[in-house]
Design a protein around this ligand. Structure first.
Ligand code: ADP
Ligand code: ADP
Length: 225
């Protein structure tokens, strides 16, 4: 079954003005359950635009976004926000963890916001941190963690509410190459374990090659490979 369907996406900035820029030109993308897709794009090609539209943070000028069978393109803001919380996990280049909270609390809080009980949220946080090898760091604040450890906590937070789809923008982009490789392998294991569908933007072609499929964004369209 398809977790994400993007169909005929079009997006321009400065529409109707001389400096109009057509970023997406009828883009199609389908991601089935369990498939991890690498998104490769030259800088400025529209990678962030696509991730924002797929992540329900922005709307296309034309086309539709269907997640878990629900067309959310024209849905009300409240429904889109709820769908984002229930169905999507986000990972960015920089972790954006809450500095005042421990590793565990950073994973617990989004679950409480989603209506989970504290006991269940704590158990899930402990399990996720264990999967990424951070059981010893559960009570540490982000500032007491290395860059790679911070990013591993961010992975757990993205998965806190058991999303259907993970969207990641250069998830290991701010780490040195050796750390990036190790942390990326942790992310892949976590994604595989949970059977998530994922769209992971990266400039790193070696990392892209570890995914199930590579799509390239160029001239507003996607091509395979
Ligand atoms: P990428 O993430 O691949 O670098 P973006 O999706 O951020 O690309 O941007 C694609 C193109 O659209 C770029 O040329 C960028 O300058 C332009 N762009 C992005 N956002 C805006 C905006 N809000 N207004 C005008 N132009 C924009
Ligand atoms: P509650 O679930 O009791 O409503 P809050 O949303 O205020 O709690 O905070 C969630 C958790 O974060 C609580 O367990 C609390 O102990 C912890 N917490 C709150 N503020 C801080 C802080 N400044 N630093 C570390 N932990 C905090």
């Amino acid at each position: 079954s398809e977790v994400l369907i993007c169909e005929g996406l079009e997006k321009s900035y400065n529409k109707g003005r001389p400096n109009e820029i057509k970023v997406l030109r009828g883009l199609d993308l389908t991601i089935p359950k369990g498939q991890v897709t690498a998104l490769v794009a030259p800088s400025g090609a529209g990678k962030s635009t696509l991730l924002h539209i797929a992540g329900l943070l922005d709307t296309p000028d034309a086309g539709r976004v269907v997640i878990d069978g629900e067309d959310l393109t024209g849905a009300r803001d409240g429904r889109r926000t709820a769908a984002r919380r229930e169905k999507l996990g986000f990972i960015y280049q920089f972790h954006h963890l809450l500095p005042e909270f421990s590793a565990a609390e950073n994973i617990i809080l989004p679950q409480l916001a989603n209506g989970q009980s504290r006991a269940a949220a704590e158990a899930r946080a402990a399990d996720l941190l264990d999967r990424v090898g951070l059981t010893e760091r559960i009570d540490h604040r982000p500032s007491a963690l290395s860059g790679g450890e911070q990013q591993r906590v961010a992975f757990c937070r993205a998965l806190a509410n058991a999303p259907s789809l993970l969207l990641a923008d250069e998830p290991t982009g701010n780490l040195d190459p050796a750390t990036s490789d190790r942390v990326f392998d942790v992310l892949m294991a976590l994604v595989r374990d949970t059977g998530l569908a994922a769209l992971i933007a990266t400039h790193n072609l070696e990392l892209a090659a570890k995914m199930d499929r590579v799509v390239r964004l160029e001239n507003g369209m996607l091509s395979e490979g």
